[in-house]
Write a protein that binds this ligand. Structure first.
Ligand code: GLU
Length: 424
């Protein structure tokens, strides 16, 4: 039963998609009406304007957002996206998914997300620094290590987290590393955080392939998006013995049936910034990539790339959602009906990132640091546990894997809200 969206503030296709998923999950677990809208809608949001002096002396005002969806289960947690197509509705949808993701992984966090409308590739490093610092400066009254803890997302990286941490620390008058995660190691970042999201995706792909009795050595992989998540997933999958036959970024896709040399591609990106003209294979488009014959398809870039139009044409066995929200609600129905593609849904598939963010925050609070082996072992244990819970929920109620994962995440948030009661 789909419901009318009451929020005009967030109204957008991607927010509607997150709400439809929620409604379906709430129906599936018969969530009481009194808890539904409380659990579904974001608790609060901030919109900030960010005047930045450009390198040529001019001033540009950027717009940024932070949506704190839920703080009932802990400080809210989630990345900050720098992208030209950011909208407050998208940020709100992403904040909802953060809530279900943290909850499913059993992390003591609520969900949040931030975004700035900017194409970061068009700004110099100095301009990006000013923007990152200004964004943090504007949010200082509303965030904190026990209130809301940002992290990197699309278009942001550990360098920016370092600037944000420095801005916050200067404000409070002492070093406060737990204000953001995904920082450089020198500033209290965790071993393994940079790799965590991609490594988690690869680990789950390996574990699920074993369940489906598909040999990873025989598996071919197509990855859309070659940022931090896509490239780390590629490296880890190659390490496990899989063959990555296509990679892409927003400029081009590169296909090579013999397997792409991932390290060479990374080297190329480090000087050229984009994959365009990389000579490690033949050029294909991002649309062609999605419809390619492969064992595992990994969308690791934008949301809503698997649509009702291309869903009937997918030719993968496994769809591993490294991106947040890559499959639209209607495309999901097409895949469910087809029944021949195993979906590893985003809220579990990419949960490795926020899980190691949690470890980073813990280490910061304790001032006691772990080695990478310990981080990875603890990460895989949490992912195993979440996977086990999802599979149990799936077979117990006959849900799709996405519905199983989302109902588990939503239920815990709703339980916390019910237990806390309504403030008079
Ligand atoms: N941006 C990442 C995500 O979507 C990581 C969030 C975090 O580490 O807090 O899960």
């Amino acid at each position: 039963m789909s419901k009318v969206i009451i929020s005009s503030l967030y109204d957008s296709p991607v927010f509607k998609m997150a709400c439809r998923q929620f409604d379906q999950a709430a129906d599936a677990i018969s969530l009481p009406e009194t808890l539904r809208d409380r659990t579904k809608y974001p608790r609060r949001c901030f919109a900030v304007s960010l005047p930045i002096q450009r390198d040529d002396g001019s001033v540009t005002v950027f717009e940024g957002y932070r949506v704190q969806h839920n703080l009932s289960t802990g400080p809210s947690k989630g990345g900050i996206r720098f992208h030209q197509k950011v909208t407050i509705g998208e940020v709100a949808a992403l904040s909802m998914w953060m809530s279900w993701k943290c909850s499913l992984a059993g992390l003591p966090y609520g969900g949040a997300k931030g975004g700035v409308i900017v194409n970061p590739t068009q700004l110099s490093d100095f301009e990006l620094e000013r923007l990152a610092r200004r964004y943090m400066q504007e949010l200082i009254p509303f965030i904190g290590p026990d209130t809301d803890v940002p992290a990197p997302d699309m278009g942001t990286n550990e360098k920016m987290m370092g600037w944000m941490m420095d801005t916050y620390s200067n404000h409070v008058g002492h070093i406060s590393p737990a204000i953001v995660t995904g920082k450089p190691i020198a500033l209290g970042g965790s071993q393994g955080r940079r790799e965590a999201t991609g490594a988690g995706v690869a680990y789950l792909v390996k574990a699920y392939l074993a369940d489906f009795k598909i040999s990873i050595e025989q598996a071919t992989v197509a990855i859309q998006g070659f940022g931090n998540v896509g490239s780390e997933a590629a490296l880890a999958l190659v390490e496990y013995g899989a063959k990555v036959i296509v990679i892409s970024d927003y400029t081009v896709g590169i296909s090579n049936a013999q397997g792409i040399d991932i390290r060479k591609a990374l080297q190329y990106i480090s000087t050229q910034r984009v994959l365009k003209d990389f000579e490690g294979g033949d050029e294909i488009s991002n649309e062609e990539l999605l419809e390619l014959d492969c064992t595992v398809l990994i969308p690791a870039a934008l949301d809503r790339v698997i649509t009702p139009e291309n869903a009937p044409k997918l030719r993968c066995r496994v769809l591993a959602e490294a991106a947040n929200g890559p499959t639209t609600y209607r495309a999901d129905k097409v895949l469910e009906k087809r029944g021949d593609i195993e979906v590893i849904p985003d809220v579990i598939c990419n949960a490795g990132g926020v899980t190691v963010s949690y470890f980073e925050w813990l280490q910061n609070k304790q001032n006691y640091y772990w080695d990478k082996e310990e981080v990875m072992a603890k990460l895989f244990k949490i992912l195993d546990k979440a996977k086990h819970a999802v599979e149990a929920q799936k077979s117990r109620f006959g849900f799709s894997r996405r519905l199983a994962a989302q109902t588990l995440g939503i239920q815990r948030v709703a339980d916390a809200k019910e237990s806390r009661g309504l403030f008079p």
